[in-house]
Design a protein around this ligand. Structure first.
Ligand code: CP
Length: 318
């Protein structure tokens, strides 16, 4: 989807570096700051960090559907003592025509101290960060980036594999429309991992090699020597025109099943959710010992606690 927001403001960005709009260009040290903070929070457990941000207020502004991101940001805010105020586009004055900028400025004027935004436009978070003084955190921006997802995927990968240098991660499925793929590619490449993309040609263009990744349309060839495969669902809400293939074709060529896992016994499986069971992952594969999916979700809360604490200016003790 083309952005409505790119270059739409002529004011100098007042970007607050405590926000998080993407992982693109992030140095290993910046990634490690969030990963180490999340690990420190995890060591303390979910129940011992309420003194970090007592009484602080963050807004969760959602223009798209969500289960994991919305709930784990809300849970994370509570775990650090902050209050999350949730605004869903479907019940907001956006439906009366109010702009994203005006929505954000009104929330800021109410004293909200940080804003998490999910929005279909890839440039929405960067745009809003340039319009507000409070930190803006990208909670998933169209086919742009999903940086907190990228961070907790990195944390999950390091838990499973240790140092990611030269580790081989395959990302398979609908890469073209995936903000998860982009944030993971930027994070993984920064930490020195090898990344291979696999999927139908219309969903994995050769252009992606410019990001320093390999493209291998044959999933079985891509999986040779891979440590982890990260599956992506077909983002039907972002498809313009025909689907790139029948679900049966996608399953047979790019789906991970128990049979495929038998051929790659050491392979770990990740998925950002929601899973379309029976297409990119079979039931058995999704719930198998290969699966790190619930580890990803467990880590999501700690990463979002770290990101919110940083946004609110709280120092996480290491
Ligand atoms: N992974 C993810 O962002 O899930 P939700 O769309 O449910 O938030």
């Amino acid at each position: 989807m083309a952005s409505r927001f790119a270059n739409s403001t002529d004011t100098a960005p007042r970007r607050d570096t405590r926000g998080l709009t993407g992982l693109r260009g992030m140095q290993p040290g910046e990634l490690r700051f969030f990963l180490d903070s999340a690990r420190a929070l995890r060591r303390g457990g979910l129940d011992s960090h309420r003194a970090l941000c007592p009484g602080r207020q963050v807004a969760l502004v959602f223009y798209e559907h969500s289960t994991r991101t919305r709930m784990s940001f809300e849970a994370a805010a509570g775990r650090i003592g902050a209050t999350a105020l949730v605004l869903s586009e479907a019940t907001s004055s956006a439906r009366k025509g109010e702009s994203l900028r005006d929505t954000g400025r009104n929330l800021e004027a109410m004293g909200i101290e940080a804003l998490v935004l999910r929005h279909p436009d890839p440039d929405s978070s960067a745009f809003l960060a340039g319009e507000l003084r409070i930190p803006v955190i990208n909670g998933g921006a169209g086919a742009g980036e999903h940086p907190t997802q990228g961070l907790y995927d990195l944390l999950t990968l390091e838990d499973a594999l240790g140092d990611l240098k030269q580790r081989h991660i395959v990302i398979a499925g609908d890469v073209a429309h995936s903000r998860v793929a982009r944030s993971n590619i930027f994070g993984l490449r920064s930490l020195g991992a090898r990344v291979t993309l696999s999927g139908p040609e219309s969903l994995v263009s050769r252009w992606w090699t410019e990001l320093g990744v390999h493209v291998q349309p044959d999933l079985d060839l891509a999986l040779e020597g891979a440590d982890v495969v990260m599956l992506l669902r077909l983002q039907s809400e972002r498809l313009e025109g025909d689907a790139p293939g029948a679900p049966g074709t996608l399953r047979a060529r790019w789906g991970v099943t128990e049979e495929r896992l038998e051929r790659f016994p050491d392979l770990k499986v990740m998925h950002p959710g929601p899973i379309t069971r029976g297409v990119e992952l079979s039931h058995g594969a999704a719930d198998s010992e290969h699966s790190l999916v619930m580890r990803q979700v467990e880590n999501s809360t700690f990463v979002r606690m770290a990101v919110l604490a940083h946004a609110l200016g709280a120092e996480v003790p290491r």
